[in-house]
Write a protein that binds this ligand. Structure first.
Ligand SMILES: Nc1ncnc2c1ncn2[C@@H]1O[C@H](COP(=O)(O)OP(=O)(O)OP(=O)(O)O)[C@@H](O)[C@H]1O
Ligand SMILES: [Mg+2]
Length: 376
């Protein structure tokens, strides 16, 4: 397959899904560019599969417009949309060889034999399936079977690839290597891909664009690092990043050009480099700080150490504030701290996020994630 062969833009305009009287997708607007790798993430039941299946044509669209390559395709059947889907359960034909499994869909549409042979050979080479072409699925490992399932999509040369949690049946190690293979596949053929997962690490590592969903709505869509640096609300902040962001309830005591001053329930002052112009003094907010952005410092915030996990190259501290709030700190390297000890953790203002009571994030003035010298 030539790079970029038949890639297409996918546009969703006010897409709604209703099952009887129950609305599960509430009007989704989304643009997926040609050749983009777009990942849908979100907790179980948020509507990822439903949305993907509507794009695929496996599920009727209750409202709104779906455009593929600029054409409205709502009324087109799945086979007419030029897409190919890879599922979590790969459902290969057990009595057929790998070669027959790959060729089957093309034989069904009566493609000439030499063209089928060429496409199968190309897919097998790309997915490293050449040694297994004459085997039956039961003689393959889980990862090899999933590659065959992906191969069946590849040979169809679709305009858009759709994946629904294709790796969730594989063990952790295999998931990591298949993640790399799918990313390589995307680089080589350059097709538009839409990939569903509830694994935020998969989303972070594979996506050009992540779409975070919750209860049938988009909470935020953007590049992985954009979502990490500027989560729009507490939901996205808590979902993207592992271990998850820490949250500390505070009240606003002062605002200035550099940011805001906050006070926690014990009256300790904290600073955050966010635009607080829309805040009122005395307003309740949540300070958000990622585990990797806290480190021991004598001048820091006092905590009690509840547990320590030393992994050699990095360590995790599970601590509690004087107000009883549990926080996690992720340190690089090893730590001399131990369970039951006291510690002080530095929280630098430029690493802090601040969220209003309704969950919405305040704009950050400086980004602590940038290397020193790059900051504006
Ligand atoms: N056939 C159906 N009839 C009624 N409700 C349905 C039907 N299929 C799905 N739903 C509901 O639609 C919502 C979204 O389901 P969906 O399968 O899209 O979630 P998901 O994000 O893919 O979850 P998971 O991560 O568990 O796969 C859920 O509340 C589900 O119960
Ligand atoms: Mg699903």
């Amino acid at each position: 397959m030539k790079k970029g062969a038949g890639m297409a833009r996918v546009e969703l305009r006010g897409i709604v899904k209703e099952y009887g009287a129950v609305r599960v997708i509430h009007g989704i607007d989304l643009d997926i560019a040609e050749g983009e790798f777009c990942v849908f993430v979100g907790p179980s039941g948020c509507g990822k599969s439903t949305l993907l299946r509507m794009i695929a044509g496996l599920e009727e669209i209750s409202g709104g417009d779906l455009l593929i390559g600029g054409d409205r395709v709502n009324a087109l059947r799945a086979a007419e949309r030029g897409l190919a889907m890879v599922f979590q359960t790969y459902a290969l034909y057990p009595h057929m060889t790998v070669r027959q499994n790959l060729a089957f869909g093309l034989e069904n549409i009566r493609m000439p034999k030499d063209q089928i042979a060429r496409r199968v050979a190309e897919a097998a080479r790309m997915l490293k399936l050449e040694p297994y072409l004459d085997r039956r699925p039961k003689a393959l490992s889980g990862g090899q079977r999933q590659r065959v399932a992906i191969g069946r999509a590849v040979v169809r040369e679709p305009r858009v690839f759709l994946f629904d949690e294709p790796l969730s049946n594989l063990d952790a190690e295999l998931r990591v290597s298949m993640r790399g293979e799918i990313a390589t596949l995307h680089r080589r053929i350059g097709n538009t891909m839409i990939y569903v997962t509830h694994d935020q690490v998969e989303a972070m590592t594979m996506a050009d664009k992540i779409v975070v969903m919750r209860d049938g709505r988009i909470e935020q869509a953007g590049a992985p690092i954009e979502l990490y640096n500027r989560p729009a609300n507490t939901f996205v902040a808590g979902f993207i990043g592992s271990p998850r962001m820490n949250f500390l309830p505070c009240t606003v005591t002062a605002r200035d050009a550099e940011g805001i001053t906050l006070q926690d329930a014990q009256g300790r002052a904290l600073r955050a480099a966010v635009d607080g112009r829309t805040l009122a003094e005395g307003e309740t907010v949540e300070l958000g700080i990622r585990p990797e952005h806290m480190h021991p410092d004598p001048g820091g915030y006092p905590v009690e150490v509840e547990n320590v996990e030393q992994l050699g190259g990095e360590s995790y501290l599970y601590v509690r504030t004087e107000g009883g709030i549990a926080l996690t700190a992720h340190l690089s390297g090893q730590t001399g701290l131990s369970r039951g000890g006291r510690a002080h953790l530095a929280i630098r203002p430029e690493f802090a996020h601040v969220f209003r009571r309704d969950g919405a994030a305040l704009p950050r003035l400086r980004l602590g994630e940038l290397a020193v010298g790059e900051e504006g």
